[in-house]
Design a protein. Structure first.
Length: 269
């Protein structure tokens, strides 16, 4: 089993400090219509990480929200150490994440969904693996979404493993720690799927980067409902994602890109 296929066991996290020799970290939140939970999310993550990471910044990229999210964020920007970027139009999750990454300035990017379904403390399950890997995925263990979302994600990941011969269980996770140089290289190529992480993981695998899966706790959404997976739109979402898989498969075939037998050799951290 190669390092790119490895899944580490779940153990209690040691709460820092982060190793400064491995470089600073940009905590990145893409945000859309999360007015009721975004303040708790930001305060908890900043409280947990702000004093334990020596070189640290928080990027909040708001994506054309139609509720009071902008108002809440503008208030919080006056008292919390965040860099806030607001959009007047909805760009969609994929482009919102790509744009958010462009604002990050540290060697590592910790990208987290803003609905607080992951605990801030579980960052410490991912952080030690910066020494050996380029992409560290926090996979939901166990997943606490509605059954239709669990089934949809399961089927989506099965298809991606079949189409692209990759070993990963949860390629659409909302909790991931990525070397910024890898994100900068691959983000401009992402175009086929609606959800950034899945396509990014496949491209990172084919580029030979070292990818690790780490189980993290997942919690039911505390307030409100999903802003993406409405039941009424499931057929369209499934069709779009399947079409994206076909387009990406064709692109890789046309470019003669094949998955590497081994991940890239160790890079200096």
């Amino acid at each position: 089993m190669t390092r790119s296929e490895k899944r580490v066991p779940s153990t209690a996290p040691v709460r820092g400090p982060a190793d400064p020799a491995l470089g600073g970290i940009s905590l990145v939140f893409p945000v859309y219509n999360e007015s009721f939970i975004i303040e708790q999310t930001l305060r908890n993550y900043i409280s947990e990480l702000g004093d334990r990471i020596a070189d640290f910044e928080v990027i909040v990229a708001e994506d054309g929200s139609t509720d009071d999210t902008k108002v809440v964020l503008e208030r919080l920007a006056q008292e919390l150490p965040i860099s806030l970027y607001c959009s007047d139009e909805r760009k969609g999750y994929q482009q919102a994440v790509i744009d958010a990454i462009s604002h990050a300035t540290k060697p590592w990017i910790f990208i987290v969904d803003s609905d607080y379904q992951f605990a801030a403390i579980d960052f410490w399950r991912l952080e030690p693996h910066r020494r050996t890997h380029d992409v560290i995925l926090g996979i939901k263990s166990p997943r606490k979404d509605p059954m239709y979302r669990v089934a949809l994600s399961w089927g989506y990941n099965v298809l991606m493993r079949h189409f692209f011969k990759v070993p990963y269980e949860d390629m659409d996770t909302g909790f991931r720690l990525i070397r910024k140089s890898v994100a900068d290289e691959l983000s401009p190529e992402i175009r086929h799927m609606s959800f950034f992480t899945a396509e990014f993981v496949i491209r990172a695998h084919y580029a030979g980067y070292r990818i690790l899966q780490v189980p993290v706790r997942h919690y039911a959404r505390k307030i409100g409902s999903t802003t993406i997976f409405f039941v009424s739109k499931l057929f369209l979402i499934c069709f779009q994602q399947f079409a994206g898989l076909l387009r990406m498969k064709k692109e890789l075939k046309d470019r003669g890109i094949e998955a590497p037998a081994q991940p890239r050799s160790e890079a200096a951290d």
